[in-house]
Design a binder for this molecule. Structure first.
Ligand code: SAH
Ligand code: SF4
Length: 394
């Protein structure tokens, strides 16, 4: 990728209402949107709140996809729902399981496009890494996703759907009437898959509101981490409207190097980014920001870099997550040597910051950070073609 690659956020979102039969997908609607949709479909207004609560619980607490199974609703009301709505999550095209237990799902969304979702089991938690876009408009030079040409935003339903399909695969839905199993297999969600979440702000926000809702999937905002390359104008909004934890793809300690690694730095440079980050913990009422730092041999991994990094972030409650570079075919970089990574981590640690080194997971199935890139890349289609396939006029 050249440093002059375009920086654009003008991409298409396929609308939630899909052409087949004109029924609305419930998955991904906010409570308010679902309430309105229920009323529009003929639910008496005075019942709407109660019906909403019942349906919400079936869909997001029990993972039910069939209105017929909603036994606390009258039969004719279930029929009415089935006439107007569907409960749909994206289709899992394939599932690969790594030697280390990591699962990678190739997921097909409307229009035939594909994204990847990765489940990473650890001893005390299970992290689901979800995608927010097909591909990415940004062209970070070390990222496989950034080389994918085709880009479209995911809908809120397609984002929430990734959490639901993982729970389907893991068999994690509670069974009505049976005692609740409190262990959560999907205990954490990270928006670190394909795409730049802050270039798809509204859909990501609505999806996270559904995921955080206490009567459904019920993941607390502290178990959700959004990773951004540094889309400064949306950072305060993320604090106010989502309130989740924030991770920032920092990766360099001078603008010259960051311009090359994360081209969006030319729009919002290191200083501008740090200023926006300083306010985040207060605005979001969260503790620390995670600075992600990919370790690239002889590019950004010197002792001087480590010292500069510590100086730059002084005053920001932070943890620095060192990510050994994950290679992909044709990648223009190499992973820093292990001793180098440890020396770098040590300088940061001695300056008083946690400096965990992220263990690469699922490398054998190309599921590690930055390796995601779906086969839809082969189809370098125009926007009009994408729209036509999805059944909408471009
Ligand atoms: N677009 C968002 C989130 C997705 S990437 C962002 O850039 O923050 C998740 C993390 O993986 C980011 O920190 C990204 O910079 C990093 N990453 C990308 N490619 C990588 C690679 N090949 N090896 C290691 N980390 C990589
Ligand atoms: Fe996009 Fe993030 Fe990859 Fe950069 S690192 S190209 S922002 S997905």
């Amino acid at each position: 990728m050249t440093a002059n690659a375009p920086i654009t956020q003008d991409v298409l979102t396929i609308p939630r209402k899909l052409p087949e039969g004109g029924r609305t997908n419930i998955v991904g609607l906010t409570r308010e949107q679902l309430r309105e949709a229920l009323i529009a479909a003929g639910t008496p207004e005075r019942q709407a709140k109660m019906r909403l609560g019942q349906i919400w619980q079936w869909v997001y607490h029990f993972g039910i996809r069939d209105f017929g199974a909603m036994t606390n609703l009258a039969k004719d009301y279930r029929a009415l729902l089935a006439e107007h709505f569907v409960i749909e999550v994206p289709e899992v095209v394939s599932r690969q399981v790594s030697a280390d237990g990591t699962r990678k799902y190739l997921v097909r969304i409307a229009g035939g496009h594909e994204v990847e979702t990765v489940y990473i089991p650890e001893e005390n938690r299970g992290t689901l890494c979800i995608s927010s876009q097909v591909g990415c408009t940004l062209t970070c030079s070390f990222c496989h996703t950034g080389t994918q040409k085709l880009v479209r935003n995911l809908t809120a339903g397609e984002i929430v759907g990734q959490v639901m399909l993982a729970r389907d695969d893991l068999g994690e839905w509670p069974v009505p009437g049976e005692p609740k199993d409190e262990t959560r297999l999907v205990s954490n969600v990270v928006l670190m898959g394909m795409g730049e979440p802050l270039y798809n702000f509204e859909n990501v926000r609505d999806a996270m509101r559904v995921v955080m809702d206490g009567e459904g999937l019920s993941l607390s905002r502290r178990r959700i981490t959004l990773s951004t390359s540094g889309i400064v104008p949306e950072i305060a909004r993320t604090a106010e409207e989502i309130g989740c934890l924030l991770a920032v793809s920092f990766h360099a300690t001078t603008d010259e190097v960051r311009d090359r690694l994360v081209p969006v730095n030319k729009k919002w440079n290191i200083e501008t980014l740090l200023n926006a980050l300083r306010d985040y913990p207060r605005l979001s009422n969260s503790e620390r920001i995670t600075f992600e730092y990919v370790m690239l041999k002889d590019v950004n991994d010197s002792d001087a870099d480590a010292r500069r990094l510590v100086k730059l972030i002084a005053g920001i409650p932070a943890k620095i997550n060192l990510i050994p570079f994950n290679e992909w075919p044709g990648a223009p970089y190499e992973r820093s040597d292990w001793e180098r990574i440890e020396a770098f981590a040590d300088i940061i640690y001695k300056a008083g910051y946690a400096s965990p080194i992220r263990t690469p997971r699922g490398e054998d199935i190309m599921a590690a950070c930055g390796q995601l890139k779906s086969a839809t890349e082969r189809a370098r289609k125009s926007r009009a073609e994408i729209a036509a396939e999805a059944g909408i006029s471009g």
